[in-house]
Design a binder for this molecule. Structure first.
Ligand code: PLP
Length: 422
């Protein structure tokens, strides 16, 4: 994003032009920023540990145009469901380019997951006999819950630790791999996902040591060879202006040093190191352009926009902060104001008070920052407010990559029984 003469540009396209062509609210992604983010991170990790690969967690943004950018850069896909495996296949990725980390899987999920030949990552040792009923996975890993989780996302509940629903308890890990080995599984990996949006490089060293101590013991005792260790996602981005950024080079250096030292300590054959971030690649490359439709002076002044909780769920869902720019007014003095969307829930009053340009008026365009991850993917249709359009910008070019929904999308799967029609 850049601001020239008070006009906001995404890459080299004015947001006023994008709003005029595509309407609002619209998600817009900067292609070059996604590529820069990916390359910066890959360069750092490969520098310190060359046998390294990223798997993009497609749940954060499942637009196939975005996924294709990351595929072109060399990412595999981390899939949370069978449908995400199918999305990966739509961009030409399958087999061991895809990691399947579902949880509480149905028999159908297991059967389809096995048939697809992706890397199976089990969230619970109890799943193993159910998997074996349908076939033998070629390469199997367990998602370890190392008993520790950390997150910097609003009131977000962490993905690991005693309160998380995910992963295998450390005391069960040895037995899980033992049973898999006894059942004839030949190839193994290990996985965990203990953090979300972490900007402290030392956290990544800490979790590397945690998981390596758990699986190192299993490898030694069971005489198994881990082909990969996946440290999950969690590479953080700053959401508030002035917040520090993650020193990715430092994180990679600390992780690689800890990884190598634990490999030596447990006498392991060096596994491939993997991570499966999403936010770091796409989070700060995505924006929502919205319009101020009405301004109300009641108990306080509230700016009403078309960026509602159904368009961007994160603030209402877990108190996440998203910075807001106002096109044409960034140089104006500020005044504490509220800002909301159009949905009939008071959680849609998603900015209770924030210094915004004092001249903000009806018809102004707002630009909501850091909306590329867990933005559109979490949008929904409540109040008959439909999902927005998605646009990709690259230099001066712009491409519609998902159309705005219309009334047909609202009734697509609805059937009204005959007797209700008269
Ligand atoms: C299993 C798993 N892997 C990867 C990710 C991606 O995390 P992030 O976007 O924080 O990098 C998530 C997100 O929740 C996840 O649940």
């Amino acid at each position: 994003m850049q601001i020239i003469d008070q006009q906001i540009y995404l890459e080299e396209v004015k947001v006023s032009e994008l709003a005029a062509i595509y309407g609002t609210p619209t998600y817009v992604y900067e292609e070059n920023r996604i590529r820069d983010n990916f390359r910066r991170a890959l360069r750092a990790f490969k520098k310190y540990y060359p046998d390294f690969r990223f798997f993009y967690a497609i749940k954060a943004n499942n637009n196939l145009a975005i996924a294709n950018i990351l595929r072109q850069e060399g990412a595999g896909i981390d899939a949370a469901s069978v449908n995400e495996i199918l999305l990966a296949q739509k961009i030409g990725l399958g087999g061991e380019d895809v990691m399947f980390s579902g949880n509480f899987l149905s028999d159908d999920d297991i059967r389809q997951g096995l048939q697809s030949g992706v890397i199976f990552n089990l969230d619970d040792p109890g799943l193993l006999p159910r998997v074996l009923k349908f076939g033998q996975p070629e390469l199997l890993s367990f998602r370890v819950n190392p008993g520790y989780g950390q997150c910097e996302v609003g009131d977000f509940v962490c993905n690991a630790g005693p309160d998380a629903k995910f992963g295998v308890h450390p005391d069960q890990v040895m037995d899980a791999y033992r049973r898999a080995k006894e059942a004839g599984v030949k190839r193994f990996g290990a996985h965990m996902m203990p953090g979300s949006c972490i900007r402290d490089p030392d956290y990544f060293r800490f979790i590397t040591e945690l998981v390596m101590d758990i699986i190192g013991k299993a490898a030694r005792e069971l005489q198994i060879n881990f082909e990969f260790v996946d440290l999950g996602g969690g590479l953080g981005i700053p959401y508030k202006p002035g917040d520090y950024t993650l020193d990715i080079d430092k994180a990679a250096e600390l992780v690689a040093a800890a990884f190598r030292s634990k490999i030596a300590e447990y006498g392991l054959r060096p596994p491939r190191l993997m991570m499966e971030p999403a936010r770091y690649f796409v989070g700060d490359a995505g924006y929502i352009i919205g319009t101020v439709h009405a301004i109300k002076d009641s108990y306080k002044r509230i700016i009403g926009t078309d960026v509602s909780m159904n368009t961007l769920a994160r603030p209402a869902m877990y108190g996440a902060y998203h910075h807001i720019y106002v096109n044409g007014r960034e140089d104006e003095p500020r005044q504490p104001l509220g800002l909301c969307g159009q949905v009939c829930e008071n959680t849609d009053f998603w900015v209770r008070e924030r210094p915004l340009p004092q001249g903000i008026s009806e018809g102004d365009l707002i630009v909501v920052e850091n909306a590329g991850a867990y933005g559109y993917a979490m949008s929904y249709q409540y109040n008959g407010r439909l999902r927005p359009a998605e646009v990709l910008v690259n230099g001066k070019q712009h491409y519609l990559i998902r159309s705005r929904e219309n009334i047909d999308d609202l009734v697509r799967n609805v059937t009204v029984p005959e007797h209700l029609l008269n």
